[in-house]
Design a protein around this ligand. Structure first.
Ligand SMILES: NC(=O)c1ccc[n+]([C@@H]2O[C@H](COP(=O)([O-])OP(=O)(O)OC[C@H]3O[C@@H](n4cnc5c(N)ncnc54)[C@H](OP(=O)(O)O)[C@@H]3O)[C@@H](O)[C@H]2O)c1
Length: 268
């Protein structure tokens, strides 16, 4: 990834996992073999993620850890303070990836935030810097005003919202695409085309969808608190979707979001 180390393509997301059960879920994920964790200040479970990494006995360098700067923390000084607080909660001395969680375009501060991100990266406190929920216009503005493109853009992306235009833009700008809510929080798992492909490969619908993401070259971070699903979602490296199967999933795009609109979202 631009300026940093390689990101494990399949990671573990912890959105909506309550803090008191996060440590257990992350330990299970690390035991299953995940080496990439995706949290955020807004998820209120950074401390438990840090605890789990230490409890796992793995070396810090073996786990790729991402967290995010929340919407109230845009700005030069605010973003630096937010970064310091996240590292304190995680009890880490560096991050692998730090993301601007949402652009909040109405506040006009994301370019300032990005300037602080560049400094943090140059100071060696974070290996790679990126954004989340940025539209093409926001990405272009960052690049025009600072000369620095994000390494990655984490956006809502699943078979019902395939982000074809944005993915093309990422390709042209050399930005990796990362898919959040990659299973559409379960809403795509009863799609007949996906169920049928799963039956053909003796795989679950979730495994088919994760495999589809991997073959599109998306970084993908499914979330589960269910031990069997945590393991199942990682068990996707020994089968392949054919071109016809990829095309069948591509045909399910409805341009339909389950999450907020990045142009207007400020807070829940
Ligand atoms: N940047 C952003 O703004 C943003 C926004 C949303 C999410 N994210 C990131 O993306 C990650 C994933 O997104 P998400 O948590 O919204 O949704 P998701 O991963 O698409 O779906 C999670 C849901 O699917 C279920 N599930 C997981 N594996 C399954 C399987 N194998 N079979 C059946 N059901 C399964 C889970 O249930 P159980 O847990 O009950 O097993 C949970 O209800 C988050 O954790 C977070 O890290 C980022």
């Amino acid at each position: 990834m631009r300026g940093g180390e390689a990101v494990p393509q399949l990671g573990f997301g912890v959105f909506q996992i309550p803090p008191e059960v996060t440590e257990e879920a992350v330990i299970l994920a690390l035991e299953a073999g995940y080496r990439h964790l995706d949290t955020a200040a807004a998820y209120r479970n950074e401390a438990a993620v840090g605890q789990a990494v230490r409890a796992s006995g793995l070396d810090r360098g073996e786990v790729f850890i991402t967290t995010k700067c929340w919407n109230d923390d845009h700005g030069r000084e605010e973003a630096r303070r937010a970064f310091d607080r996240s590292l304190e909660r995680l009890e880490l001395d560096y991050l692998d990836l730090y993301l601007i969680h949402w652009p909040v375009p109405a506040r006009e501060r994301y370019v300032d935030t990005w300037r602080t991100f560049i400094e943090l990266r140059d100071e060696g406190r974070v290996r790679s810097i990126g954004v989340s929920n940025f539209q093409a216009s926001h990405l272009r503005r960052l690049i025009e005003e600072t000369g620095e493109a994000p390494a990655i853009n984490q956006v809502e992306l699943h078979p019902h919202l395939q982000q074809v235009g944005l993915r093309r833009e990422h390709g042209e700008l050399g930005i990796l695409t990362e898919a959040w809510s990659p299973l559409a929080q379960g809403q795509v798992l009863d799609e007949p085309a996906i169920v049928e492909i799963g039956e053909r490969h003796a795989r679950t619908p979730a495994q088919v969808v994760i495999r589809w993401h991997l073959q599109l070259a998306n970084v993908v971070i499914p979330k589960s608190v269910t031990p069997e699903r945590i393991r199942q979602n990682l068990d996707v490296f020994d089968f392949e979707l054919s071109d016809a199967e990829m095309a069948a999933v591509n045909g399910l795009d409805q341009g339909r979001r389950i999450g907020p609109d990045p142009e207007t979202f400020i807070r829940p």
